[in-house]
Design a protein around this ligand. Structure first.
Ligand SMILES: CC(C)(COP(=O)(O)OP(=O)(O)OC[C@H]1O[C@@H](n2cnc3c(N)ncnc32)[C@H](O)[C@@H]1OP(=O)(O)O)[C@@H](O)C(=O)NCCC(=O)NCCS
Length: 206
């Protein structure tokens, strides 16, 4: 399985990607923002998408969207073709697009709104935390994407404060603050381990 940053040569898969997303939304009976092939192609052109291919057969896809002048990015449109589900492919695609987003937009907060348990699990593993919509982008273009969702009336009724989706956020500032603590803990653990080993060897010699 090839999991790569998509480029214009992958535009031949755009139609199939959109159909697969639409069919999946019908099966789930939940809302999903519809995508057009031209939009998917533009993401490939910008180097803002990841595609998974198995011997040139489309297997999975995801893309990056940037909001609030780059303050936020979202990893959207995650789709795994039914033939390739349940083998950990979405996990690999999400990891790849997450790492690509961090490298390309290091200052940006990465967010996601979803009703899917699988996506919630994947996001949690990457360090996203659940948040209220107040913590997400206020960029109206993003929320306009919800207009094609079957639950849009709920979002309207609550003045965009809440809906059936759960908001999840990866904040690089918070993460960087917790990282040094993690490093210190690791250092202390390794030191204690080496002391224990040293004492054990001493005892063995006796
Ligand atoms: C959701 C989807 C992307 C999962 O892809 P996948 O490659 O089959 O998932 P993986 O095999 O990588 O599994 C990732 C995790 O999600 C869990 N998972 C997968 N499908 C699930 C489901 N339908 N319900 C609950 N959990 C699920 C797996 O058990 C795994 O969890 P683990 O790490 O605890 O073992 C795929 O089913 C899909 O494309 N669905 C339709 C589109 C969709 O729902 N997109 C998300 C829009 S927000």
């Amino acid at each position: 399985m090839e999991i790569i940053i998509a480029d214009i040569s992958h535009s031949i898969y755009a139609e199939e990607i959109c159909t697969t997303i639409e069919n999946a939304a019908k099966v789930r009976g939940t809302g999903i923002a519809k995508r057009k092939p031209e939009y998917v192609i533009s993401k490939m052109q910008q180097g803002n998408a990841v595609i998974a291919l198995e011997s040139n057969k489309f297997a999975g896809f995801c893309y990056i969207e940037s909001w609030s002048h780059g303050k936020f990015v979202a990893n959207s449109g995650l789709i795994v073709h039914p033939d390739f589900r349940g083998i950990g492919l979405s996990k690999k695609i999400k990891k790849k697009i997450f790492e690509h987003s961090r490298a390309k937009f290091p200052e940006a907060k990465i967010f996601s709104i979803t009703t899917g348990l699988a996506v919630m699990k994947l996001n949690s593993d990457l360090g996203y935390k659940p948040v209220t919509f107040s913590e997400l982008t206020t960029d109206q273009t993003f929320w306009n994407g919800c207009k094609t969702c079957v639950n849009y009336d709920v979002l309207q009724r609550t003045n965009q404060k809440m809906c059936l989706c759960t908001g999840m956020l990866y904040d690089p500032v918070t993460e960087n603050k917790t990282q040094p603590q993690k490093k210190i803990k690791e250092k202390t653990f390794n030191r204690l381990k080496s002391i224990k080993q040293h004492l054990f060897l001493k005892k063995e010699k006796k």
